[in-house]
Design a protein around this ligand. Structure first.
Ligand code: GRF
Length: 203
């Protein structure tokens, strides 16, 4: 399975995916990494693995439609089949979503539909929930809203700090993304409305 990874930050999920490709025979190839900002550490990680990068500069690409058109060109040039968002903080437009219908994934550090948005871990922590977790879902034009592929729940411990909870959530992410990508490579996913069903490949 050939994927392109979209990121804006540290890229620890990218690293976990690359690690699973190299050490756990994950049948996935990261063909290109797109960063929405030039200071994203994920760019360095990609370069360390010899993966080509496209770095978007907000000042240069102010129009989100034009930016997505350039991203789509790059992804297609690298024969990308699935687009994997890992901490990508830019909103997707229909230009990208239409080019990869039902082929864009996102990871979110909470149990959606609870706590969407950019501060999910802290908001869940402050709300005093006893269970939170990680969600991987297909992306659509609404943030953190598309059909859910997988979730992993985590008990919030009564004595833990936000920092510890954050670290535990990230560890779950680093296991769940490779698992879902393995599922994607070996199974068919049928989306009906908001529901995703997973079947062994028919061919
Ligand atoms: C992750 O927590 C992910 O769930 C969220 O952004 C973070 C990205 O982390 N969408 P990293 O850049 O992969 O380290």
């Amino acid at each position: 399975l050939t994927i392109g990874v979209l990121l804006s930050g540290s890229g620890s999920n990218l690293e976990a995916i690359l690690d699973a490709c190299e050490n756990d025979d994950l049948p996935v190839r990261v063909a290109v990494v797109v960063a929405s900002r030039p200071d994203a550490y994920g760019i360095t990680r990609a370069q360390q693995h010899g993966i080509p990068t496209l770095v978007m500069n907000k000042e240069r690409y102010v129009n989100p439609l034009e930016a997505d058109a350039l991203i789509v060109n790059t992804l297609q040039h690298h024969h990308v089949e699935y687009v994997v968002m890992a901490g990508y903080m830019r909103k997707l437009t229909h230009v990208l979503l239409n080019a990869f219908p039902q082929r864009v994934l996102n990871i979110h550090p909470a149990l959606l539909p609870a706590f969407p948005g950019a501060h999910a871990i802290r908001e869940a922590f402050d709300a005093g929930v006893k269970v939170t977790g990680v969600t991987i879902h297909f992306a659509n034009e609404v943030y953190d809203e598309g059909p859910i592929i997988a979730q992993h729940a985590l008990d919030v411990r009564q004595d833990e700090t936000l920092e510890i909870l954050e670290a535990r959530i990230h560890s779950v992410e680093h296991v769940l993304y490779p698992q879902v990508l393995r599922l994607l490579a070996t199974h068919d996913m049928v989306i009906t409305g908001k529901k995703v069903c997973v079947y062994p490949k028919s061919d």
